[in-house]
Design a protein around this ligand. Structure first.
Ligand code: ADP
Length: 362
């Protein structure tokens, strides 16, 4: 059992500041995912926890112990990388056993742990194979197995699925979800730029931008109550529609002058942005007038992109529908699902009297 605590953790390369004072409490047994755009510092943060990077200042604790000056091998961590880097001339069994052999663990214990890890990862029947006779997804499972046998207190993953093709990525993601269930006491920290991985795996997600934490919360917290415009647009796919503008008695006037007949939910906030997720927009007989630009049927769903004024809005419809590019439609937002942000891009918490407003609209 190990919690991981970061206090004002900073990391610079020369005078280039990468992490700007990270405060974070990761609870023992939690599955935490770091997400954010490329270059925001996710890997640097993970590698700092691992001890592969020395932090410039601040304090890092694992299981209560300050580990700033503790080498990676003594931190009780194991790490799985994007490139699985197996020893090509060793069998799956030997790849998994290698670190324990080096550590002079006794043979029976090595065997027990390798077989247990192989069982968890469904690798038992491949133990005698060489890596070259395995698929990418299987190889990554061997790399995960190699980490499991070390019995880490904290398990770190650095974009472990990004070298796999789409189908294998989904399959291996499911394996990792099972792994989490089978190791409930192991703290897991996982870096990805893929928000679907973040949403499906995380107990809590840490959204990073430019070396700062933007928000920490459960996947549903971030989805339902994004704290600011950045998180609102980063979490959720397709991304949330955002319109800048201001509220007037006529409704919401977007910055291009288009009037949307939407209620002045943010009374008292003259300049603001509203956001609506694509799944909360419907085609209707009334609402926001728009012209269809693109229709993407994916089978179960249809994504419609339509232009309202200068803004393109996307609507994700749960059924197959027959609309054509060029067609005039009305988009009706589910007003209970509107997100409002102030001029600084911060969420306005009080979406007041939504039900009264909806009655007025009817
Ligand atoms: P992410 O994992 O979010 O894509 P990284 O943590 O890899 O981001 O990188 C964060 C920033 O730190 C990037 O701008 C990157 O160029 C910079 N960086 C990473 N490693 C080094 C290094 N060894 N020297 C200088 N800059 C680095």
């Amino acid at each position: 059992m190990a919690d991981v605590t970061l206090r004002q953790v900073k990391k610079s390369y020369g005078n280039l500041n990468i992490l700007h004072g990270i405060d974070l409490d990761i609870r023992s047994g939690e599955f935490i995912v770091f997400v954010g755009p490329s270059g925001c510092g996710k890997s640097t943060l993970l590698r700092s926890i691992a001890g592969l990077e020395e932090i410039t200042s601040g304090e890092l604790r694992i299981a209560g112990e300050v580990v700033n000056d503790v080498p990676p091998s003594k931190r009780g961590i194991a790490m799985v990388f994007q490139s699985y880097a197996l020893y090509p001339h060793m069998t799956v069994y030997d790849n998994m056993a290698f670190s324990m052999k080096i550590g002079k663990e006794n043979k029976a214990e090595i065997d027990r742990r390798v077989r247990q890890a192989a069982e968890i990862l469904q690798l038992t029947k491949y133990l005698d194979r060489l890596p070259k006779a395995m698929s990418g997804g299987q190889r990554q499972r061997v790399a995960i197995g190699r980490a499991i046998v070390r019995n880490p207190k904290v398990f770190l993953f650095d974009e472990p699925l990004s070298n796999l093709d789409a189908a294998l990525r989904v399959a291996t993601r499911i394996e990792i979800a099972k792994l989490k269930e089978s190791m409930p006491n192991t703290t897991m920290i996982y870096v990805t730029h893929d928000q679907v991985e973040a949403m499906t795996l995380a107990d809590r997600i840490v959204v990073l931008k430019d070396g700062h934490i933007e928000q920490v919360g459960t996947p549903m917290d971030l989805y339902k109550k994004p704290g600011n415009l950045f998180v609102a647009q980063f979490i959720g796919s397709p991304a949330m529609n955002i319109l800048d503008g201001r509220t007037t008695t006529d409704g919401f006037v977007a910055s291009d002058g288009t009037v949307f007949p939407l209620p002045a939910l943010g009374q008292g906030e003259s300049a603001l942005a509203w956001g609506i997720r694509p799944e909360h927009l419907k085609l209707s007989d009334s609402g926001v007038p728009a012209v269809v630009e693109v229709v993407e049927p994916t089978g179960a769903e249809t994504l419609v992109m339509a232009k309202a004024g200068n803004n393109t809005l996307s609507a994700l419809l749960r059924e197959r529908i027959s609309v054509m590019p060029g067609q005039k439609v009305f988009l009706a937002p589910d007003l209970t699902q509107l997100h409002l942000f102030n001029a600084k891009g911060q969420r306005i918490m009080r979406v007041r009297n939504a039900s009264r407003v909806i009655r007025q609209m009817k």
